[in-house]
Design a protein around this ligand. Structure first.
Ligand code: GBH
Length: 493
């Protein structure tokens, strides 16, 4: 699809919220400070050898727990409208439930207040993967229905404390990712009796109950900020125009976005493909639960980084799909092919496993993606791209310099992506906001510190920050096409 050329009719609507994002475990550090309890990620990175590149951990990360004031000041100085961060559940509840840690509540209160003082709107995610360790060991974390009440109890404390200072809430980040990560590595957590191949679906089930419960809880507490969960996935393109490939694409939508979006936006229930393929063990929702789940997202929040081609499974995959007790299942129900640079196609970002690079600069498909979401899930409150971004490939990082303040591929990713959103808006899609991932280089989970998604460079020895060129490219889109003035705030009001 050729990108349309610059068009004077492009504009972001008034009130369009745009900003930058982070997540607690990836940015905060201060792992043992002020009463924080451990999360499963402390175990994954401290105890499971080789889980991260060079066995790196989030113990210090960006030291953001201590440097948030300067970090907020740095984005305010560029006129950034919103900062999206996550709260660490095991700071508020060191054991996941029970005892509340007042110091942590006050900490995030100050983060929120600092944002407001600098003219930056806080956007808050309650759960970005760092599950309190105790809840994993007590009952298997998201595999148990007990998590629902504990999540609601946590949400209630947070909603009540920060109330209407927060205009946008996200309950959970990318359930497809953390649920697919079940089963967790053997021998590090208390075992559960749920067979491994069923675990992602039990996790997903409890996520939908917890999310929708939190939605209703917020409304009953008089919270008027928007409430959503962050869905995730790339745009799915059939490799050929065969009907088999079209079916593969539909199956991929259903097993990814649809798993969480159909219940919340369509009918409180799972997509047909999902029900068909995993009918023997997919948990059912009662009619009352379906009613409770349907309609519980104010905005379709989607983390949309990239695109993939999908094709019909070959014979090997077919037998994998049939053998549902195969531990590889259900990923084999989900066959994708991604263009690589060697195909003369999209730019490829770095991947820990060079055989499965997932991130491509494939922004030409973004308008079609946004149309697809609007047409399929019809979100009344519009669509927000709640994460998008690009990690400069290693060769580029090396040839420029270690600091990569000049990041040409990321810059062009942001430029093209913003133009793609503008095209979709000009074609009538209601896009209400976007959040660039990430405010700065940080701990990229099992890829450690080598994958750098930041709009700012961080020297992890000195903790100095520096803006990258791509940050200015991103802000420039709103200077050029925004209806609201981009106002730099240098001092708290
Ligand atoms: C987001 O996930 C996360 O919310 C954020 O924390 C993270 O830092 C950011 O993206 C950048 O990655 O290596 O082929 O097995 C994006 C979804 C899901 C994409 C897991 C990478 C691994 C694919 N991610 N996936 S592969």
């Amino acid at each position: 699809i050729p990108m349309a050329s610059k068009n004077s009719s492009w504009s972001f609507p008034k009130g369009f919220w745009w900003g930058v994002a982070s997540a607690a475990y990836q940015a905060e550090g201060a792992a043992k400070a002020e009463g924080r309890g451990p999360s499963i990620w402390d175990v994954l990175l401290h105890r499971v050898t080789g889980y991260t590149v060079a066995n790196q951990t989030g113990d210090i990360a960006d030291n953001h727990y201590y440097m948030y004031k300067q970090d907020i000041a740095r984005i305010a100085a560029l006129g950034v409208k919103t900062y999206s961060f996550s709260i660490s559940w095991s700071r508020i509840f060191p054991f996941g439930n029970g005892q509340i840690n007042q110091e942590a509540l006050e900490h995030y209160d100050d983060v929120i207040n600092t944002c407001i003082e600098y003219g930056v709107e806080p956007s808050v995610t309650l759960f970005h993967w760092d599950l309190p360790l105790n809840l994993q060991n007590l009952y298997g974390g998201w595999l148990s229905s007990e998590i629902v009440d504990d999540f609601l109890n946590y949400a209630k404390v947070v909603f009540s404390y920060y109330g209407n200072k927060v205009p946008r809430w996200f309950t959970v980040n990318e359930p497809i990712v953390f649920c697919d990560d079940y089963p967790l590595p053997d021998n590090y957590f208390t075992n559960t009796s749920i067979p491994k191949y069923q675990q992602p679906y039990w996790c997903g089930h409890h996520v939908l109950l917890a999310h929708s419960g939190a939605y209703h809880l917020a409304r009953s507490l008089g919270i008027n900020g928007t409430i959503s969960f962050k869905n995730n996935g790339g745009y799915k393109i059939p490799l050929t125009n065969s009907s088999a490939d079209a079916r593969a694409v539909q199956r991929a939508w259903d097993f990814n976005e649809g798993w969480f979006a159909n219940p919340t936006f369509i009918n409180g229930d799972y997509p047909t493909n999902l029900k068909d393929f995993v009918s023997d063990f997919l948990p059912d929702f009662t009619d009352a639960e379906k009613q409770m789940i349907n309609g519980t997202a104010d905005v379709f929040a989607h983390d949309a980084y990239t695109s993939q081609f999908y094709f019909a499974p070959d014979a090997g995959i077919d037998s994998c799909v049939q053998n549902k007790s195969n531990p590889l299942w259900p990923s084999c129900a989900n066959t994708s092919y991604t263009y690589s640079s060697s195909d003369g196609g999209w730019n490829v970002g770095p991947a820990a496993d060079p055989l499965s690079p997932w991130l491509h600069k494939a922004t030409d498909w973004v308008p079609a993606f946004l149309h697809y979401i609007a047409d399929t899930w019809k979100p009344a409150g519009g669509i927000a791209v709640t994460e998008f971004g690009f990690a400069e490939p290693f060769e580029v990082q090396k040839t420029i310099k270690a600091d990569i303040l000049f990041d040409p591929i990321r810059s062009s990713y942001y430029k093209d992506y913003m133009e793609a959103i503008l095209i979709a808006i000009s074609e009538g899609v209601n896009v209400v906001g976007c959040l660039a991932w990430s405010i700065f280089d940080n701990l990229e989970w099992s890829d450690g510190y080598q994958d750098k998604f930041g709009l700012q460079y961080v020297n992890f020895t000195t903790q100095e920050r520096a803006y990258k060129a791509s940050f200015f490219e991103y802000v420039n889109a709103f200077v050029t096409y925004g209806q609201d003035e981009v106002v730099p705030h240098y001092v708290p009001s």
